[in-house]
Design a protein around this ligand. Structure first.
Ligand code: NAD
Length: 321
């Protein structure tokens, strides 16, 4: 049987087509445990070889290490720049948050140097719930529009955890100004609240990147990193689900990838990867889904285990009343 190619999906009104599985490069900054010098390059090469064309990073990940590692990997590809899509971010740094026009304008030049690129396809304001949303609307996004005109970036995005930040900003900027949103941990087996926002985003023509399908490690056999903000209750329910799958000869991460990939209104499922093995497993999850469909039985069993914590999240950013 021929192995289906990784599906390409449109990203809102941008005209870009992203692979359904996107490469999240935060683990390349050793965010989930230390990574060797060779793994990042090998992972990026394997990802591209298997049909992944979208790579996401930020100066915040590993205090710029992720951008540098991704830059190395992309250079090693040796293919024309138009064959891959790169997203990085601004406003969040090891030193803290700064969404001022001056800082984000400087930020793109620093990122381009680390990535060894002339432009990025998507430039996103990183975790805007930690800043003033009005500043993002009135100062940051206009500064990013100037960067668009200069050719250093092609499209503008915003990212963060609480879903209401997206409507706040999108309701206040001229149509077509914000091209993309990146939401994380809201379209996984344990939390699918992004679903309610999808019709609104569609009417706005905004592309949807859904990140962290493995809930930042909760839906893995290995478990989450030390810093994971979930409650002990959520952590133990996810661990129970992972153990259940393992005992049944199934893999919780594959199940989680397939759950997220099943919604075609999501342009790309951005999963963090730091090894060739993980790249191969996540692409295989997508190709097996295309060939055989979802594992409905195991999914229903895991959903039952996670029911008491369904849609449970955690606070992020400045708390607004
Ligand atoms: P994730 O849910 O993708 O989980 C990543 C973890 O799972 C890592 O430890 C990784 O090594 C592991 N993993 C990956 N594939 C696996 C597999 N097949 N089996 C077992 N373990 C596997 O979480 P994430 O990395 O935080 O999110 C994905 C990407 O999305 C990030 O790298 C980043 O690019 C982006 N992101 C952005 C924001 C933001 O802008 N605010 C927030 C979160 C994530």
């Amino acid at each position: 049987m021929a192995v289906p190619k990784l599906e390409m999906r449109p990203l809102g009104n941008t005209g870009l087509k992203l692979s359904s599985v996107g490469f999240g490069a935060s683990p390349l900054g050793s965010v989930f445990g230390s990574v060797s010098e060779s793994d990042p390059v090998a992972s990026v090469l394997e990802a591209f070889h298997l049909g992944i064309n979208f790579f996401d990073t930020s100066p915040y990940y590993g205090a710029t290490l992720s951008e540098k590692m991704l830059g190395k990997g992309l250079k090693a590809l040796g293919v024309p720049r138009s064959e891959y899509i790169v997203s990085t971010k601004c406003g969040r740094y090891r030193e803290g948050f700064d969404f001022s026009a001056e800082r984000v304008t400087k930020s793109i030049d620093e990122s381009l140097e680390r990535l060894q690129l002339d432009y990025v396809d998507i430039f996103q304001c990183h975790d805007i719930e930690f800043g003033s949303l009005d500043q993002v609307v009135n100062e940051t996004i206009p500064a990013l529009q100037k960067l668009k005109e200069s050719g250093k970036i092609r499209f503008i995005g915003i990212t963060g955890l609480p879903l209401e930040i997206f409507t706040y900003v999108l309701d206040r900027v001229p149509p077509g100004t914000v091209d993309v949103i990146l939401s994380y941990c809201h379209y996984s087996i344990n939390d699918s609240t992004l679903e309610d926002l999808l019709p609104y985003l569609k009417t706005k023509g905004v592309g949807v990147i859904s990140a962290s399908p493995l809930a930042m490690g909760l839906l893995t056999e290995f478990g989450p990193p030390e810093w994971h903000p979930a409650s002990p209750e959520l952590k133990s329910a996810c661990q129970a689900a992972a153990v259940y799958c393992k005992e049944k000869g199934k893999n919780i991460s594959k199940l989680a990838m397939q759950y997220s990939l099943s919604n075609k209104d999501i342009s790309t499922v951005l999963v963090g990867m730091n090894s060739v093995k993980q790249v191969e497993e996540n692409v295989a999850a997508a190709t097996e889904l295309a060939l055989f469909g979802k594992d409905h039985e195991t999914l229903a069993e895991v959903e039952a285990i996670l029911k008491p914590v369904k849609n449970q999240t955690w606070p992020s950013g400045i708390q607004r009343s």
